[in-house]
Design a protein around this ligand. Structure first.
Ligand code: CA
Length: 321
């Protein structure tokens, strides 16, 4: 998603090394506070109290520097998510929540198994929602991680607004090292934009309402262009090395007809003008080629990684068996 990778928290041991950072004394922090007061009418004294207590989390800075999907091959990444236990629990999750999943599927076109697979990959179906203080991690990344400080300061702004909107306590909310929250690991901007109240209790609760989580994941995909019944990927054979096929670009950029001319063939026939991208992965049996279609791209809006999208898709297939 515009949401940051969160899955690595599931297999990287994150030591919550905390350091008092004196954020309240910093000019850039005070400028941020000015903005929250001027733009959103926050109470300056309350903001100052919060930032004075914020910790810089060195473990967060270490984790952000090496996300798993950037360092692992498909061969290493796949077994993490296609584990027997994750498949078994996913089938149970679908069984238990069938009515909700079917309603979401009917309303949005996003299949039960894809919704369940996302929740399974993100948090083991709600079992691992993250243990890092979201406020501390967003302060750390917003003010002590220059490469993405603009993005994380914006997420911090969204987080404070979200806390006010859904009435949660800023200091007690836990999430991933990158500030993703709840069963579906939505970052704050996504929570505000895409979370829905699917059980009709008047609240959007992605921590404890499985209904809201299911409705929100489906809504996220729908809003990002999910095509009902559309393919995600198709295995491809590559006769010669295609010249123009930029590998592992997430967005479909070349038509099926152009791929065919470049020697990229699939067993399934698609219309000539369907757009795709070529995904090349290092699998158990060597190099694998796949054509990624529109729905592949939509999955990568949740996490900008070809490996992530493949893992979600393949888990969804297992959940259908
Ligand atoms: Ca609700």
């Amino acid at each position: 998603m515009k949401k940051i990778a969160t899955i690595i928290a599931t297999f990287v041991l994150l030591l919550p090394l905390a350091a008092q950072a004196n954020y309240a004394q910093r000019k850039d922090v005070q400028e941020f506070i000015d903005q929250m007061v001027d733009k959103h009418d926050f109470d300056r004294a309350v903001l100052n109290q919060w930032v004075a207590k914020a910790n810089r989390l060195d473990g967060v800075l270490e984790a952000i520097a090496k996300p798993a999907e950037k360092t692992l091959t498909w061969e290493q990444y796949r077994p993490i998510f296609l584990k027997k236990k994750r498949i078994k629990l996913g089938k149970e999750f679908i069984q238990k929540n069938r009515v909700l999943l079917e309603r979401a599927e009917k309303e949005t076109g996003v299949s039960k198994s894809i919704i369940a697979a996302i929740i399974g990959v993100e948090t083991y179906y709600g079992r691992h929602k993250g243990k890092t203080s979201v406020f501390d991690s967003l302060m750390t990344l917003g003010f002590d991680y220059p490469p993405r400080s603009k993005f994380f300061r914006s997420e911090l702004e969204h987080f404070l607004l979200l806390a006010r909107e859904v009435d949660i306590d800023v200091s007690s909310i836990k999430g991933s090292y990158a500030g993703a929250m709840g069963m579906p690991q939505f970052i704050s901007s996504s929570y505000r934009a895409y979370a829905v109240d699917f059980d009709g209790d008047g609240k959007r609760d992605l921590w404890d309402s499985t209904a809201d989580v299911i409705g929100s994941v489906a809504n996220y995909f729908k809003k990002h262009g999910w095509q009902r019944g559309g393919d995600v990927v198709q295995r491809a054979r590559v006769k010669t090395s295609p010249e123009n096929a930029t590998r592992n670009k997430l967005k479909p950029h070349t038509s099926i007809a152009d791929f065919r001319h470049q020697g990229v063939i699939t067993n399934k026939a698609y219309a000539d003008d369907v757009m795709a991208t070529l995904v090349t992965l290092e699998g158990d049996d060597g190099i694998e080629h796949w054509l990624g279609l529109k729905n592949f791209y939509v999955i990568t809006r949740y996490n900008h990684s070809a490996l992530y999208a493949m893992a979600v898709y393949q888990l969804s297939l297992e959940l259908e068996k």
